[in-house]
Every structure is written in structure tokens, then in C-alpha cells.
Design a protein around this ligand. Structure first.
Ligand code: GLN
Length: 473
């Protein structure tokens, strides 16, 4: 919540309820052009009853009154959870994701559920059943994906902050395209309970905000081990606040593989300019090598579809799925065939087919087992690099926001959009995207920082200092 709003509520000259009314009004207007929201929380009035009182009586909780947009693959009791798919268009969540429970307990207010690529598969938000999301910086450009709705909601000022999910870059890539901060935590640092699964060994929920402090504040609330998620872990604590002098003692690694041909010239120039600035400040910059980077996309497009084909098997129209009455269903096989054929979009079908193929008898070792080995090599690249450097700096994406339709017919070029973000998911390490600059057309360029597994807190503290060195406006 903005400071002036907060002060007014504290003084009693503004009621939180009236403020929320304005927030919803603004969303209704702006959403017509941006299409960031799939649904709005109709129960919000009942949920915000104590907020005024808490603020006025100095009893505010950590996130008191902060407005949240939540990606529509995270369950919020009673609200839509479509995952951007026709398959779940009428589904309402019957329970609360752990992250939502924690956010509500800390006083956060879920305003609505946001648009996304179908089942989080995409880099442009063009695969959503609910239509494309537009980039608030330029309405003819994509916002990135798959958390495009959450990111656009923050970038356009419709909400304070948002939650997204990141399997290969889905928080960081749109954050980079829309000029906001997006944080992908260590795998398992945030509970996945109540997240509609895409690729379970890669998925992680994370915050999106206008600045690193807000991301840190949310991460502190949502992180932690959860009895409902066996893969959840505690991260290393870091209580001291960092200063520029502390940062000057770090060695930052810049991997040469991230500056290959194909990267947009303005992205490259701006990153290099910032690296020079860091050097001038006395920060040690070291060129490093992450030699298996070139295999990351191929590796991801074996492991992820394998997990997708298994996770999405549950949408069989018996347990989950949209009800279709007019398909003249003859038997069980017919039911699967017709309902899955109708409920899933092209990209989702493509990945289920790919996944079924790589897991099939005779191909399993050749593809799936091999990809797991490559994944290990990618992780080892980072392990080795972190023996030499404290932190790794890269561009978040090879390019800036592109036009609608530009990559839709060419899946491979769309997949390459994640080339700099997917390695961190495969390695399970935390990474953050910060807005660095704008190109000559006014489109944002993102900078990515990454650290070893479980050093999320340290990464956020350091990012707060790096953020101060950036002149983004
Ligand atoms: N672009 C990636 C994909 O399509 C994004 C996945 C994600 O992070 N959810 O798989």
C-alpha cells in the first residue's frame, strides 16, 4: 500500500473499504484493455473488515492491507482456478494454497486471479483460453509469460504486488518484459501445496513487485517448510542488512555463454554498461563459464513434458475437467478422447504428446534418463562457478517484449525466450530479475542475479543494494 494511503487510513481520513472500492474500480477500467485478470474476489468486503481497525490501532500485521493479484493456478478458496485453460473454466478452488493461507494471516488482500498461459505453458500469454494479456508499456507487445497477468497487474499499478509461478522463467521473463521485479526462489523454499502442477520438479511460487523490498517482505511470509509439501525446505537465514561496502567485497561472475549471438544488441549493451559501472565502483567482475548452458532448453523440453504428461492425466472429466454434455460420448475412451481434445489447447496437447513419447518403452532411457544426466551437469556447472564467485549476473532474457503473433507459429523461437532463465530451474537455485533500463522504444530490459541453493535471503539483501545502483525510471 502506498505510504500516503496508509497515512490517511491511520489518521482516519480514509476508510480501507473505500480505498479497496477505488482499487476495484480502477481494475475494472484498466482491465478492459490489459486483460490481466480472469476473475475478481467477490467476497473481498467480508475479508477486509478488520484492516481499518488494525491500522488505526497500530496493530497491523506484516502485509496489512497490501493488495495481491494471484496467478490463476494458485488456489484461493472460493475463487476461480482455471490455470488459463478451458478444461478448468468453471472450477472454483475448494481449499487454500499454503502461500495464500500465510498471506491472508499476515493481512494481505487477494483482489483477484490473473490471466496466464494455459497450465503455465508459454512465454507470451498467447496460449490462455481467456485471451491475451497486453504489455502495459506498449499494448501491441506481449507481456511475457506465463505469469503475464500477475506481472501486468503490478506493472500497470492495478495492485501492489502479485504471486506467480516459475517453472522455466515464468516469473522472471514477464518481469523483465514489463519492467518490474520478479523473484524465483530456491526449489522447495515455498510450498507448492495448492499450486496446480505443471512440472513438479521445477515449479516454484514467487513474488512480483515494483521493488526488491516488497519481494523480500512477501518471500519472508510465504517461505518455509510445509507439512503438505514433502519437497519443501528451509532456506539459510540472513538477518543483517547489506551495504554497498559489503557488496564491494563480492565477486560477481558473468558467464560467457550468456552473451552469444542472437542476443538483442540493446540488451547486451545495457548489461555491459552496468557491468562497467559495477567495476568502476570496485566490485570484482569475473568471466566464468557455464559450459552446459546450450543444452538447457533441450533438457527442459524432455523433463518438463514428461512431468506434464503425468500431471495433466488427472483432467479426465471424471475427477476434474469441464463438463461437456453435447459430445455424444459412447464409452470411457471416447470420454477421454473428446473431453481432453476439447478442453486442452494446442500447446498443452503438444507437450502431453511429447511427454508421452519420451516416457514410452524404448525411448525412456534414450530421452528421459539422458536428460536427467544433463540436468545434473547443468547443476554442476553452477556448483563449480559458485566456488569462484559469490553471485552470477546475466541478462534475464535475450530480447525485449515482442509483438503479438511474432513467435506463435514457431514454437522453437518461443522456447528460446527462456534460454537464460531455465538453467536456474533445472539447478533449483534462486534467481531474481530487476528492471535495468529501457530500450530506444521504451521497452524494459531485465537483469538477472542468481546465487547458490537456499541463499535466497542473501540474494534479496544484495539485490536491494544492486537496485540502488540502477537508474530505471
Ligand atoms: N516458457 C516456459 C514454458 O513454456 C515457461 C514455463 C513456466 O515457467 N511456467 O514452459
Amino acid at each position: 500500500m502506498k505510504q500516503d494511503i496508509y497515512t490517511k487510513i491511520k489518521e482516519g481520513s480514509l476508510k480501507y473499504e473505500d480505498y479497496i472500492f477505488e482499487v476495484l474500480n480502477n481494475i475494472e477500467n484498466r482491465n478492459k484493455e490489459i486483460n490481466a485478470f480472469i476473475s475478481i474476489n467477490q467476497n473481498i468486503k467480508n475479508e477486509i473488515k478488520n484492516i481499518d481497525e488494525n491500522i488505526r490501532n497500530n496493530k497491523e500485521r506484516k502485509l496489512e492491507g497490501m493488495t495481491f493479484a494471484v496467478k490463476d493456478n494458485i488456489l484461493v478458496t472460493g475463487l476461480s482456478a482455471t490455470a488459463g485453460s478451458k478444461m478448468l473454466k468453471d472450477y472454483k478452488a475448494s481449499y487454500e494454497a499454503t502461500v495464500i493461507k500465510k498471506i491472508k494471516e499476515a493481512g494481505g488482500v487477494v483482489v483477484g486471479k490473473t490471466n496466464m498461459d494455459e497450465f503455465a505453458m508459454g512465454s507470451s500469454n498467447e496460449t490462455s483460453y481467456f485471451g491475451v494479456v497486453k504489455n502495459p508499456h506498449n499494448l501491441s507487445k506481449v507481456p511475457g509469460g506465463s505469469s503475464g497477468g500477475s506481472v501486468a497487474a503490478v506493472a500497470s499499478g492495478m495492485v501492489d504486488v502479485a504471486l506467480g509461478s516459475d517453472t522455466a522463467g515464468s516469473i522472471r521473463q514477464p518481469a523483465s518484459f514489463c519492467g518490474v521485479v520478479g523473484f524465483k526462489p530456491t526449489y522447495g523454499a515455498v510450498s507448492r501445496f495448492g499450486l496446480i502442477a505443471m512440472s513438479s520438479s521445477l515449479d516454484v511460487i514467487g513474488p512480483i513487485a515494483k521493488n526488491v523490498s516488497d519481494c523480500e517482505m512477501i518471500f519472508d511470509i510465504i517461505a518455509g517448510k510445509d507439512d503438505y509439501d514433502a519437497t519443501s525446505v528451509e532456506v539459510v537465514s540472513e538477518n543483517k542488512e547489506w551495504t554497498l561496502d559489503d557488496v564491494k567485497n563480492l565477486t560477481i561472475g558473468v558467464p560467457k555463454e550468456y552473451f552469444v549471438t542472437g542476443i538483442d544488441q540493446e540488451v547486451k549493451d545495457n548489461i555491459n554498461k552496468f557491468i562497467s559501472k559495477l567495476k568502476e565502483l570496485g566490485i570484482k567482475i569475473k568471466e566464468i563459464s557455464l559450459p552446459h548452458t546450450e543444452y538447457a532448453i533441450a533438457c527442459y523440453y524432455i523433463i518438463m513434458p514428461a512431468e506434464v504428461s503425468s500431471n495433466l492425466a488427472r483432467y479426465d472429466n471424471v475427477r476434474y475437467g469441464s463438463k461437456i454434455d453435447d459430445l455424444n460420448i459412447q464409452n470411457l475412451k471416447d470420454l477421454y478422447f473428446k473431453t481432453r481434445g476439447d478442453g486442452f489447447g494446442r500447446e498443452v496437447k503438444r507437450r502431453i504428446l511429447l511427454g508421452t513419447y519420451v516416457l514410452s518403452k524404448g525411448f525412456y532411457d534414450q530421452y528421459y534418463t539422458k536428460a536427467q544426466k544433463v540436468r545434473r551437469l547443468i547443476k554442476q556447472d553452477f556448483d563449480k562457478a559458485f566456488k569462484e564467485v559469490d553471485l552470477i549476473l546475466t541478462p534475464t532474457c535475450p530480447d525485449v517484449a515482442f509483438n503479438f503473433g511474432a513467435k506463435k507459429q514457431d514454437p522453437i523461437s518461443m522456447y528460446l525466450s527462456d534460454i537464460f532463465t531455465v538453467p536456474m530451474n533445472l539447478a533449483g537455485i534462486p534467481a531474481i530479475s530487476l528492471p535495468l533500463a529501457k530500450n530506444k522504444d521504451g521497452l524494459p530490459i531485465g537483469l538477472q542475479l542468481t546465487m547458490p541453493e537456499k541463499f535466497d535471503k542473501k540474494l534479496l539483501k544484495i539485490s536491494k543494494i544492486i537496485e540502488l545502483l540502477i537508474n530505471y525510471n
